[in-house]
Every structure is written in C-alpha cells, then in structure tokens.
Design a binder for this molecule. Structure first.
Ligand SMILES: Nc1ncnc2c1ncn2[C@@H]1O[C@H](COP(=O)(O)OP(=O)(O)OP(=O)(O)O)[C@@H](O)[C@H]1O
Ligand SMILES: N[C@@H](CCO)C(=O)O
Length: 312
C-alpha cells in the first residue's frame, strides 16, 4: 500500500486554495509505490498527482523538484511540478512536505518491446542533453563508497562464494577510472516502474529522488539492466540493441564510453545488488518498503561477467 498519510477532501480543499488549479472534483489514493504517499487529484482544471514525502525533508527536495521543472520546460516527458501562489513547488499538507505534479499519460510496462526500449533510450539521451545546463548539483550518495560500505555490512550474512564474488567485483570497480567520461545529471533509478509508457511513446519519467550528478553512461547501464533483462537475469540482445540505438541516435557514445561500457554494466548491477542486500538483510526499523530479490542482480552481474558481446 502506498497511502501512509491519509488525506481527505476536507484537508485538500484549503490546500488547493493556495494554487491556481481550480477546485476539487475527485481524490483517489494510488496503490503502487512504496516510499511516499501518492494521490490522484482531479480538479476543475485537470488531473494531478499529489505526493506527501514520508522520509525526504523539504530542505532536501529542491534539487529534484527544480530538475523536474527544468526538464519539463525543455520538453522532456516528465511530471511537471506545479507552483503555488507564492511561487513555491514545495508546500506542506498534514505535516508532510508536499508536491503537486501534472499527471503523465500511460502505464508501467512489465514486458517492454524493442520499440519501447528504443523510445526510452531516446528520451534518456534527450534528458541528459537538456539537463546539461541545470544549475543544481548533488554528488551521488549511492556511489562506489556506498556500495563498499553496504557490502561490508552484509558480507557475513551472505554465502561465502557470493561474498567473495562481490568483493572481487568491487575491487575491479575501484581500479576503474571513469573520471574523464561525460558527466551530468542522471536519473539513477530509471527502472520500468519509474516510466509510464503511453503505447509506444514515453508518457513520462517519474520518481527523480535518486537523481544526482554522475557519469552519463552509468544511467544508460542502470536503465538497460532493467528494461532489457530476462526473467533469469540475462539481457535480451534485441531490446538492448534497440535501447542503445535509440540513445545513440541523440547522443552517440564516445570511444572511451564504449571501452568503459562492460565494466559500467557491472557497476550498475552492483549498485542494486548491494541496495537490495541491505534492504533484505537489514531493513531499517519501521521501514515501509518491500524487500526486492537481491539474487536477481547477482544473476545480472554474473551474466555480465561471462558476456563477450555488449551490443555497441
Ligand atoms: N505524474 C504521474 N502521472 C501519473 N501517474 C503517476 C505519476 N506519478 C506517480 N504516478 C503513479 O503512482 C505510482 C507510484 O508512484 P511512485 O513509483 O513515484 O511511488 P513512490 O512511493 O513515490 O516511489 P517508489 O515506489 O519508487 O519508492 C506510479 O506507479 C504511477 O502509477
Ligand atoms: N529500483 C530499485 C528500487 C528503488 O531504488 C530496485 O529495483 O532495487
């Protein structure tokens, strides 16, 4: 469930008076999502999504929210934040930092086609291009240092062979130098459940709360590792080629990026193997998230290690 903080029509009516989006017609809790409280809000002007942040504080939100606004202004398919009459995106409702965004069309797709992967690749590259002049900056809080610290905290709880494998992979990542690759703003969590597809088109990217400044190729690897994956953790070559073709139609990869690509795919898999291991073995007290299978990213990583053809 994902209504952690209940909002009633009586709560919302005075809140909406601080905006210029008409009066309340309908309010409906959204079942999907695991971190925040989300509602569909229909007003006399249209349909919006209301998010009450359950863990992020108001002071932490401007990087993400201003980024969404920046991307929307550049024509990227994202949910656009709505400003209140004080010209602020972040307001407060029921003691939670609150954001209203436009409702984007489409739905989450479990089994994407190569054509849909191509569209996601294209939109991702356009997002990278259009965020090049975004002024906010946030170092990646879940970079190599976080992977290592997280791995250290769970090694003892893992089968020894898996722990050794993860140790070796982290050592390889530590030796890599990605500092000269193109950097910029990355979504960093562009899984299928963070994109709404409107038929063959991208309806909108959502959930920018892991966005940060990092290597652009890392974002491509994270996206491919989820959009082009098969049930057993392998990568579907047809979907992978389509996603990369869509991406490179807008931002061709440099020779240095092509050379870094195999290791980048492995790093992107480690990022989610370690976060899932942590959620699985050490769920934070009172945490409201459902632990996802860490073994999936162990398999994705193992397949990448054995791979000889990388679709670029
Ligand atoms: N702007 C939007 N337009 C249409 N639907 C949206 C929008 N934002 C969110 N949704 C719907 O709400 C669902 C939950 O949103 P989201 O995944 O962002 O939840 P969360 O709990 O905030 O984040 P997460 O689950 O990643 O931790 C989405 O799957 C989608 O169906
Ligand atoms: N997309 C992540 C969860 C949210 O960060 C995962 O599937 O592990």
């Amino acid at each position: 469930m994902s209504v952690f903080t209940t909002v009633t029509a009586d709560d919302l009516q005075p809140f909406l008076k601080r905006y210029a989006i008409g009066t309340l017609v309908d309010l409906k809790g959204i079942a999907a999502g695991v971190t925040n409280t989300n509602y569909f809000v229909t007003t006399t002007h249209g349909r919006y999504v209301l998010t009450l942040f359950e863990t992020l504080r108001a002071s932490e939100l401007p990087y993400y929210v201003n980024l969404m606004a920046h991307l929307a202004q550049h024509g990227i398919a994202v949910a656009a934040p709505i400003a209140n009459l004080d010209d602020a995106y972040i307001d407060t409702l029921n003691s939670r930092p609150t954001l209203l965004v436009t409702c984007v069309p489409g739905q989450v797709i479990d089994a994407p086609t190569p054509g849909q992967c191509a569209q996601v690749g294209e939109m991702l590259a356009q997002m990278h291009r259009s965020a090049a002049h975004y002024h906010g900056h946030m170092d990646n809080p879940r970079g190599l240092g976080w992977w290592r610290d997280t791995a250290e905290s769970v090694y003892a709880l893992m089968p020894p062979a898996e722990a050794d494998f993860l140790r070796r992979e982290l050592a390889l990542q530590a030796e890599a130098d990605f500092s000269t690759l193109p950097h910029g703003v990355v979504h960093a969590d562009l899984f299928r459940d963070n994109v709404l597809m409107d038929g063959e088109q991208v309806g909108g990217f959502i959930d920018f709360y892991y966005a940060c400044n990092d290597v652009l190729l890392y974002d491509v690897a994270i996206t491919l590792n989820d959009w082009c994956v098969t049930a057993d953790g392998d990568i579907d070559a047809e979907r992978a080629r389509a996603l990369l073709k869509g991406y490179q139609g807008v931002r061709p990869l440099s020779d240095a990026e092509v050379a870094a690509w195999p290791l980048m795919l492995r790093g992107a898999a480690i990022r989610f193997w370690t976060s899932r291991l942590l959620d699985f073995h050490k769920p934070a007290a009172g945490e409201m998230t459902f632990a996802k299978d860490p073994g999936h990213f162990h398999r994705v990583l193992s397949r990448h290690v054995a791979r000889r053809d990388f679709w670029v």
